[in-house]
Write a protein that binds this ligand. Structure first.
Ligand SMILES: Cc1ncc(COP(=O)(O)O)c(C=O)c1O
Length: 438
């Protein structure tokens, strides 16, 4: 695993410091034939009285922190600045270095990042944004925060990312932006989406909460869309506890993002309406928020980003091992990858084929938990939520998204999974698919 940090300058359109990793072949050894004390019980699901694949529980995500991370936090705690200090600039420079983006604005979380991006885009009352229903609510809520409405475009049934044709059909004079989510970490189809947004004169905001470390066609996510938002929540690839950032190559958007993060307050003479009355002087030039990240969080994130290549490599290894096993397994469907996405995967989606199994998602999910493998579901289509139903959204709107939701679950995927953990997950899925196959 390569933990070496490569340096590059932070000038405009600089080369990303994290290199894309070519399609990797897994180094995880496949499972050996079972050695259980009671071989007769091993093929019977634990939920039906058989022997579970594992005794200890495995969860779907977990952060990985090492001594360097602890030391990085302590260094900030011992310094003069807990917030508004030099670690924020250092982090923003590092995000630019890693992605090749011109500007980065660190903020308190990925939801704040989306809100700031919508504010910078000038989204307001009467406007619409187009997003996917298969995402965390924040990708749509950012429009509501600004008095605008989200409109949901269906997903591609194979990659599960937003379908560019569905986006194009929904564009009208109210559309101000597409909030395209790199679902599971896989980059959206930039070839199509960038062209559609450019042709219609609307902004592309890439919600890359899942996709730190992902590349599309050799370009790092963060440097491609008009604005890209990241989340650094602990289940994500790198974490600061809570944290987020917006990246852009546009100087004007950058200034607006900085204002949105800090109450709309500035000391920049070019942005102020009046001359400074003294060194204490600042102006609040529009309404903003306190969406700042602390230096303690920034210190941790800088240290985490040093490990991004290592995290990506291991995640790719696990994904390739899962794909290898599940492509051959009747009853489950593997998410397809856009050939240009070099994905640092955050989530691994197991999709059940309802025609080939006698159990539904809920039953399979519970049976996995009984085997010791605790899954999750990402996501409930956003417009299913009562708040969105009250706004007039109805089931049936996005059939591909709804069909995916009915049959999917997220399997454990995180850096510190052992080879045995990975093999246990494969064994549990295979055992249940074999047992419950029609
Ligand atoms: C796709 C997506 N967008 C936005 C967010 C919001 O990020 P945060 O939890 O940092 O506010 C998340 C968080 O899970 C997410 O998955």
């Amino acid at each position: 695993m390569n933990t070496t940090k490569e340096k590059s300058n932070n000038s405009e359109a600089s080369t990303p410091a994290i290199k894309p990793i070519e399609a990797s072949t897994s180094t995880i050894k496949p499972i050996e034939a079972s050695t259980s004390a009671n071989p007769a019980a091993t093929h019977i699901p634990a939920i039906e009285g058989g022997t579970p694949v594992r005794e200890t529980k495995l969860y779907y995500g977990h952060q990985y922190l090492d001594e360097a991370d602890y030391e990085a936090v302590l260094e900030v705690l011992r310094s003069d600045y807990l917030t508004c200090g030099p670690k924020i600039d250092e982090l923003e420079e590092k995000l630019c270095e890693i992605t090749g983006a011109k500007h980065a604005v660190a903020c308190s979380n990925g939801t704040a990042a989306l809100h700031m991006a919508c504010m910078a885009a000038g989204i307001g009352e009467g406007d619409e944004i187009i997003t996917t229903p298969i995402t965390f609510a924040a990708s749509a809520n950012c429009a509501l925060y600004c008095g605008a409405m989200p409109v949901f475009a269906d997903i591609d049934p194979n990659t599960y990312n937003i379908d560019p044709d569905a986006v194009e059909r929904l564009i009208n004079e109210k559309t101000k932006a597409v909030v395209a989510v790199d679902y599971t970490g896989q980059a959206v189809d930039h070839d199509r989406l960038d062209e559609i947004c450019r042709r219609h004169g609307i902004l592309l905001i890439e919600d890359a909460a899942h996709a730190v470390g992902t590349f599309f066609d050799g370009r790092a996510v963060g440097s491609i869309a008009d604005m890209t938002t990241f989340s650094f929540h602990p289940v994500k690839t790198v974490t600061s506890g809570e944290g987020g950032a917006v990246l852009t190559n546009d100087d004007e958007l950058y200034k607006k993002l900085q204002l949105a993060r800090t109450h709309g307050i500035t000391r920049d003479p070019e942005l102020m309406e009046h001359e400074a009355e003294g060194p204490w002087y600042y102006e609040m030039v529009n309404l903003g928020y306190n969406y700042r990240l602390t230096d303690v969080q920034a210190g941790l994130l800088i240290s985490q980003l040093d490990k991004l290549s290592m995290f990506k490599e291991r995640r790719k290894e696990i994904v390739s091992r899962y794909n290898e096993a599940f492509t051959k397994l009747e009853g489950v469907i593997v998410q397809q990858e856009h050939p240009k996405s070099d994905t640092c995967r955050h989530l691994y989606i197991l999709r059940l084929d309802p025609d080939k199994l006698t159990v539904n998602r809920r039953q399979f999910f519970d049976a996995m938990a009984a085997e010791g493998v605790c899954c999750n579901v990402h996501y409930i289509p956003v417009y299913y939520f009562p708040h969105y139903m009250r706004l007039g959204f109805k089931k049936g709107l996005c059939p591909n998204a709804e069909a995916l939701y009915d049959n999917m679950m997220s399997l454990p995927l995180y850096y510190s999974m052992t080879d045995k953990d990975v093999n246990d997950v494969i064994e549990a899925v295979s055992k249940l698919a074999d047992y419950f196959r029609v």
